[in-house]
Design a protein around this ligand. Structure first.
Ligand code: 5GP
Ligand code: ZN
Length: 114
């Protein structure tokens, strides 16, 4: 996807503040953090929304969560805890249409979310 900002990060056209990269997954710091640590974990494959997932994507969706677990340990908030969020479409608050798992940590989170 040539006009997708996250695909441009995957291709290297834009260089994010990267925290992890594997064959299938890229993780980088959010430009506008909503917690002391706010990291976005994306599949390298362009998938627009959760609604577009297919059976082919089952493995990479698991890998996003394994990356979250590893990064939480690296960042030092595994034990106090953290939040992962994936927004879908307008009512879910999705702004970038390349799916991404938000990893938020470093403070206590409220519930219910806004
Ligand atoms: P969404 O609302 O789609 O779930 O989340 C999109 C996230 O992407 C937001 O938290 C926003 O701050 C972040 N974001 C948007 N553009 C950029 C960018 O160019 N670089 C980085 N690092 N984060 C971005
Ligand atoms: Zn994309």
């Amino acid at each position: 996807m040539t006009d997708c900002i996250f695909c441009k990060m995957v291709s290297g056209e834009i260089q994010p503040d990267k925290v992890m990269e594997t064959e299938d997954v890229l993780a980088f710091r959010d430009l506008n953090p909503q917690a002391p640590t706010h990291i976005l974990i994306i599949p390298k494959k362009h998938i627009s929304t959760i609604n577009d997932l297919t059976d082919e994507d089952v493995s990479v969706m698991g890998k996003l969560h394994l990356a979250a677990k590893e990064i939480a340990a690296q960042e030092g908030f595994s034990e106090p805890g953290y939040r992962t969020v994936m927004n879908c479409n307008a009512d879910g608050g999705q702004a970038v249409y390349h799916i991404h798992l938000h990893l938020l940590g470093g403070r206590a989170m409220g519930w219910p979310p806004g």
